[in-house]
Design a protein around this ligand. Structure first.
Ligand code: SAH
Length: 232
């Protein structure tokens, strides 16, 4: 069973983009996941293929129309489609590694990319869209956010990452940031690799890494220490 992504966008040329290269690109070619980029404009009904209109109540910018988006969503995700329907949105719940894992374990995702000021609230409600944010900043469109989400999901699919263990030790997987890494040369611009890492004492090395993880997390992301562990 492969992970099926359908992305609804005004810029289908942005896909697979970066996800056509490297690990994700190889997995795409191998059929571990599939990507269908659907042009929202194809579901407009008027002569000018209009997808947006001025905001009710006035104000700057344009809003994506509920009727056009609903048609596009119903085409991509007919009744019975078990895939979650996501709307990339700065108002959404921030994306976490736990949610990424859930998505990777499922059948796929239907992802709507906003543009302009955003989308008419009624299509969010009527089609049960789950709003997902990739951080507290504003992008010009949902496409880069969809690429970020899919990158995080695809690397977890079976067979995509050569070394599965490295995935489990990653930042956030155990509620902590990862320890620092070192590799050859033994000395770089007068800076040696910490002695413990070349001691060959695996217990000491594990302890040192754990301490470093805790120190970094305390310094940079104290919020993670008070949160529940993401994965048991
Ligand atoms: N007026 C909106 C921002 C619109 S930005 C507001 O203030 O909330 C245009 C589109 O970019 C959004 O519809 C969304 O799809 C996407 N986008 C912008 N920032 C994002 C973020 N942090 N995470 C996910 N999607 C984002």
């Amino acid at each position: 069973m492969s992970f099926a992504a359908s992305v609804l966008t005004l810029y289908p040329e942005m896909f697979p983009g970066a996800l056509g290269l490297s690990l994700a690109g190889r997995a795409l070619e191998a059929g571990t996941w599939s990507l269908d980029a659907i042009q929202i404009r194809d579901f407009a009904t008027d002569r000018h293929r209009t997808v947006d209109d001025t905001p009710a109540g006035g104000g700057a910018g344009m809003v994506m129309r509920a009727d056009v988006l609903a048609k596009a969503i119903d085409h991509a995700s007919p009744p019975g489609d078990a895939r979650p329907r996501l709307l990339m949105s700065p108002r959404g719940k921030p994306l976490t590694q736990a949610r990424v894992r859930e998505l990777a374990a499922g059948p796929g995702a239907v992802i709507l990319c906003g543009r302009f000021e955003g989308v008419d609230q009624r299509v969010i409600d009527a089609r049960g869209l789950e709003e997902v944010s990739i951080g507290d900043f504003i992008l010009s469109g949902g496409e880069p956010a969809a690429l970020v989400l899919l990158d995080a999901v695809v690397r977890l699919l079976p067979g995509v990452m050569g070394n599965a263990v490295s995935g489990e030790e990653e930042s956030f997987e155990n509620g902590l940031l990862e320890h620092p890494h070192y590799t050859r040369p033994q000395e770089f611009e007068g800076r040696p690799i910490p002695d413990v890492l070349i001691s060959g004492n695996h217990k000491k090395i594990a302890e040192w890494r754990r301490d470093q993880s805790e120190r970094l997390t305390k310094e940079r992301r104290p919020d993670l220490l008070s949160a529940q562990p993401l994965v048991k």
